[in-house]
Design a protein around this ligand. Structure first.
Ligand SMILES: [Zn+2]
Length: 401
């Protein structure tokens, strides 16, 4: 009843029908609960898809993906996967209960993959550099943890005192935080796998099977290093498919400054986030899902796959369900759909608006608010975002055809 009414309220919008840009909503898809006709909450799954088509949220979290299901105990809700809206994921734990509850990600540092690729003459050299820089990032994260540990519970009265972190409320006022924070994760992430693959092989993983194979090898290499570090240090090291916000542009500018414009690598205003197939590359939705899914199993600190839909496809709930279930069946952990959502600030009409509002007829384009998703968050005015991300959004192609 609660979920149903929350979805209905989301569909209705705010006071004048505006699309609420917060909070991010996430619908958990689970076999036997809400996946197919006859499941007790299948109606909520359909209602959720309908809501996504109109309002961009909910996103979808797939509880049956093996890397999520491995923690799942039916009678213990604290073992059920949850994710931060934009993608960050905390669940595995070598220092206590394996749960997303009462813990968090302490920090993450991202590797500029295209930079390492452009500076390497061979693939072997690239892996040598990657090895070195992942080690460097891991050490930096550990130093940061050591620094954070020197604080006491008194420095964070709400976080620690109110039990937001496991057992925090049991600490005495002057106790250091090392044992509490050990429950958290330290994550290495990466930006620009696609551009790195172009630099190394001439093609990215959306257009070549060989590039995909190398892409998976690169990401698996980083994940293996995180697992080895976890074993060696007793800290929760994890690998993140980074949601680069300003870094997607900054990482590019660093490479361009030193190496100039390189076709397919530095000739746009941004590097593609994490392991996404480039937004401007034409590919149908199912193929994009299949390309990106294997990276989800490797990135235990979080991941997401986006599918860009044209407005007519989004009004087709059966098609949306097909794509959503394709994510589930192919091993995506967390996924989301982008559909164009425009709103006329003159009359409140919400839907797709081309050159004039279909309700009040205004053609004053500054009165049309265009809601888009940037790195997981909805924004009403792209000009307020950094130029690299605004440029990335303009170049997205639809995957529905
Ligand atoms: Zn209007």
């Amino acid at each position: 009843m609660v979920v149903k009414n929350m979805l209905l309220a989301t569909q209705k919008g705010l006071g004048n029908g505006e699309t609420p840009i917060f909070p991010i909503q996430i619908f958990k898809v689970k076999d036997g609960i809400n996946v197919k006709e006859g499941d007790m909450n299948y109606d909520l799954f359909r209602l959720s898809l309908e809501t996504t088509a109109k309002r961009l949220f909910p996103n979808y979290l797939f509880v049956d993906a093996p890397f999520n299901l491995q923690y799942y105990k039916e009678d213990d809700i604290e073992t059920h996967i949850a994710t931060m809206g934009c993608r960050t994921r905390v669940i595995g734990n070598v220092n206590g209960k394996e749960t997303p509850v009462g813990r968090g990600n302490l920090s993450f540092t991202s590797i500029n993959l295209p930079y390492l690729a452009v500076e390497s003459a061979t693939i072997e050299e690239f892996f040598e550099k990657l090895d070195k820089y992942v080690d460097l990032a891991s050490k930096q994260l550990y130093e940061r943890y050591i620094y954070q540990s020197t604080r006491t519970s008194e420095n964070f009265t709400f976080l620690i005192g109110q039990g937001v972190w496991w057992d925090g409320e049991k600490l005495s006022k002057n106790a250091m935080l090392d044992e509490i924070l050990k429950q958290g994760t330290l994550s290495v992430g990466y930006v620009g796998l696609a551009e790195a693959l172009v630099a190394l092989t001439g093609k990215h993983h959306g257009e070549s099977d060989e590039a995909q194979e190398l892409g998976l090898k690169i990401v698996a290499f980083m994940r293996d290093k995180m697992d080895a570090l976890t074993e060696k240090t007793g800290m929760n090291y994890t690998l993140l498919a980074t949601p680069a916000e300003s870094y997607a542009g900054k990482a590019l500018r660093i490479v361009r400054k030193k190496h100039g414009i390189i076709k397919g690598v530095t000739d746009k205003d941004w590097f593609t986030n994490s392991n996404h197939v480039p937004v401007e590359f034409k590919m149908n939705a199912i193929n994009k899902i299949k390309r990106e899914a294997p990276y989800h199993a490797l990135t235990n600190a979080g991941h997401i796959t986006y599918v860009e839909l044209a407005e007519d496809a989004a009004k087709n709930i059966d098609a949306l369900e097909t794509y959503c279930l394709a994510m589930k069946e192919n091993g995506v952990g967390y996924g989301s759909f982008n559909v164009p959502v425009d709103r006329c600030t003159e009359c409140g009409y919400s839907g797709v608006i081309y050159n004039e509002c279909p309700k009040c007829g205004t053609n004053e384009i500054h009165k049309i608010e265009r809601i888009r998703r940037i790195t997981g968050y909805l924004v009403g005015n792209l000009d307020q975002w950094n130029s690299s991300k605004a440029s990335e959004e303009k170049n997205r192609v639809k995957h529905g055809e």
